[in-house]
Design a protein around this ligand. Structure first.
Ligand SMILES: [Zn+2]
Ligand SMILES: [Zn+2]
Length: 225
């Protein structure tokens, strides 16, 4: 049950934090984002990577899915403009709802629901990744001129996307047959977003001690849990 509830609550937590605390300095979200990137990268490599290869009948096919996942994420980011890893380009006076952005974020979050049955490390990795993303989306939505009902519909869909993915993974026979291949896709997605977060966290390749410490402590924590 917690596999369904926690990813939902992570989105709610991200929104509530921004709504009530209104973090003024984007720097704080960026440090949280660096931590989430480091943690997601480490849990993917320590836990999910070995898991998909262990269940693989053909290593190269599994590898093909990992690469495919990276490409899917790159493709999704043409539409989401990188919302999954930490930025939304807010265009003032945008009247129409950015459907493509939310569509691709939904697909990303849906796929993310697949591997969380694999163990508490991956569940934790997804949760820690989701909170800053939800905060970034919340900041974007609250600044926008979208109506309350539009914001609520988006929040609702975004928060159930990952639980829906987890449900589909275990309850639809077609999907459970290809479960480990889909997990390999998600490995590729996670590799792409986490390395992008780490890459973008050193803006202009400047040395930032706070971000470096948060990345290193995330990797250390992922190793020891
Ligand atoms: Zn980016
Ligand atoms: Zn995600």
């Amino acid at each position: 049950m917690k596999h369904y509830l926690l990813p939902f609550l992570a989105v709610v937590l991200g929104f509530v934090t921004v709504y009530f605390l209104k973090p003024q300095r984007p720097q704080q979200i960026k440090i949280l984002l660096s931590f989430s990137g480091g943690f997601l990268l480490a849990t993917t490599i320590f836990n999910l990577f070995p898991e998909v290869y262990e269940h693989s009948e053909n290593m190269k096919t599994t590898g093909l899915f990992v690469v495919g996942g990276m490409l899917i994420q790159i493709f999704l980011e043409y539409f989401s403009k990188g919302a999954e890893h930490g930025h939304v380009h807010h265009t003032k006076n945008q009247q129409s709802f950015p459907l493509l952005l939310f569509g691709s974020l939904f697909i990303h979050s849906f796929l993310e629901g697949f591997p969380i049955h694999e163990g508490h490390e991956i569940l934790l990795g997804v949760l820690i990744h989701k909170i800053p993303v939800a905060m970034i989306m919340a900041t974007f939505l609250l600044k926008s001129s979208f109506s309350r009902s539009q914001i609520l519909i988006f929040l609702g869909l975004f928060s159930i996307a990952t639980p829906l993915g987890s449900y589909a993974a275990t309850n639809f026979e077609f999907l459970s047959t290809y479960y480990h291949y889909i997990n390999a896709l998600v490995v590729g997605i996670f590799l792409h977003i986490s390395t992008t977060i780490l890459f973008e966290s050193s803006e202009g390749h400047k040395y930032n001690i706070a971000k470096l410490i948060s990345i290193l402590s995330a990797i250390g924590l992922a190793y020891f849990i």
